[in-house]
Design a protein around this ligand. Structure first.
Ligand code: NCD
Ligand code: ZN
Ligand code: ZN
Length: 385
């Protein structure tokens, strides 16, 4: 088969360190097959699933079963497992058994671990096992607090969500624990400008700390909720224009290593509830590359190569993955895209869900083909959603 890549960029397949495929237990929102199709359409050939499934992925046998089902998907779907049993923050999982069953790291995404000694023990074990811990940093005790450093609009509209200080305090603590344990820690979906400065300091002190930023946090500011309502409700909340600017600066200066989607599908009936009751999260796999090209590359913040590094080589390095095209002699894991082609985001996706605040927006950069393991797994216009 001949692939026409005239005028296109050919890059390693994208790697996403942060997706929710809801499998098992919440498969009315997404399952590993629809999640993989959504990923392939977005140019991704490797994704790492979060463990807040139903039940949470805290058991080696359940992980083995999931790994079997993931083995014949068109792209590489990998898993992190829970740090604590039932994601309750009280007792560590059998991290050795979970790693042996295929976990490439640990996370309790959605629920932060308040117990500092437990967190320290988890980091020590992860270091011994040679895998990273990925953390959702949001101190629940500060949610609904007076809203110190919460933006003007969030305050006015009453968007539920943690103020920036809830992220900053916990991520500072965990960076310090990383420094003292030697663990590799990934701060997930960094959202505040102050967090970027804390991270900068911690890296300078020698902590093995990494951070993700999502396309929604570098593309949008808090005003989006006025227009999009619950579709713009996400954890952490979309913050101020100043925060957005600092996140972009963090990307540009190399303080933030990774662009990850936090692809979080929810059913339309769930998102049809009011701002207080609708679940948090938005899908992201099918718009991430175009948001990076439109809002980072075309605005002159990053070169295309810098963008691609944060969507391929850096995330692979965090987890020690040597996937496809990032390895000499490996099978072709590739994305072919046209940087200049513009398109308008529709309301239907390969994902089972369609909770995107980007529907209706015109973006630059269109995925033409995705190849994984040497096979074409997606072609623009050929695969129909
Ligand atoms: C996540 C989800 O839906 O699983 N939602 C989100 O807004 N990012 C969980 C979470 O991180 O709160
Ligand atoms: Zn999270
Ligand atoms: Zn998440």
């Amino acid at each position: 088969e001949v692939i026409d890549a005239e005028g296109c960029t050919v890059a390693p397949g994208l790697v996403d360190t942060h997706v929710h495929f809801r499998d098992p237990g919440l498969t009315y929102k997404e399952d590993v097959a629809t999640g993989a199709a959504s990923a392939a359409a977005g140019g991704y050939t490797t994704v790492i699933c979060m463990a807040n499934t139903k039940p949470p992925l805290d058991d080696a046998e359940a992980l083995k079963d999931l790994r079997r089902r993931e083995s014949d998907l068109p792209i590489h779907v990998l898993n992190t497992a829970c740090v604590t049993r039932g994601m309750k923050g009280q007792e560590l999982t059998d991290m050795d058994a979970l790693k042996a069953a295929g976990a490439i790291g640990f996370t309790d995404d959605g629920l932060p671990i308040k117990d500092v000694k437990l967190m320290m023990r988890a980091m020590e074990r992860a270091r011994e096992l040679g895998v990273p811990i990925s953390l959702h940093e949001e101190d629940p005790d500060l949610i609904g607090s007076p809203g110190i450093n919460q933006g003007r609009i969030s305050k006015e509209v009453g968007v539920p969500g943690a103020p920036a200080v809830a992220e900053e305090t916990l991520m500072a603590r965990d960076c310090l624990l990383a420094l003292h344990t030697g663990a590799r820690v990934n701060i997930q979906h960094l959202s505040s400008g102050v967090s970027v400065e804390v991270l900068r300091l911690m890296k300078r002190l020698g902590a093995d700390v990494w951070a993700e930023v999502t396309p929604q946090h570098f593309s949008l500011n808090e005003e989006i909720v006025l227009e999009k309502g619950t579709l713009a409700k996400v954890n952490p909340p979309i913050r101020t224009e100043e925060d957005r600017y600092q996140l972009i600066r963090g990307l540009k200066e190399g303080v933030i290593d990774i662009i990850a989607t936090d692809h979080a599908p929810h059913a339309s009936e769930e998102k049809a509830q009011d701002l207080l009751h609708a679940p948090s999260g938005m899908i992201g796999l099918e718009t991430a590359l175009a948001l990076g090209i439109t809002n980072l590359v075309r605005k002159g913040h990053l070169t295309l190569l810098e963008l691609l590094e944060k969507m391929t080589a850096r995330p692979a390095e965090l987890y020690g993955l040597s996937c496809g095209s990032l390895r000499e002699g490996g099978d072709a894991d590739l994305v072919v895209f046209d940087e200049r082609e513009s398109w308008t985001v529709g309301s239907r996706f390969f994902s089972k869900s369609s909770n995107s605040p980007f529907t209706g927006m015109t973006l630059y950069g269109r995925v033409k083909h995705t190849l994984c393991g040497g096979r074409v797994v997606y072609t623009d216009g050929k695969d129909v959603r």
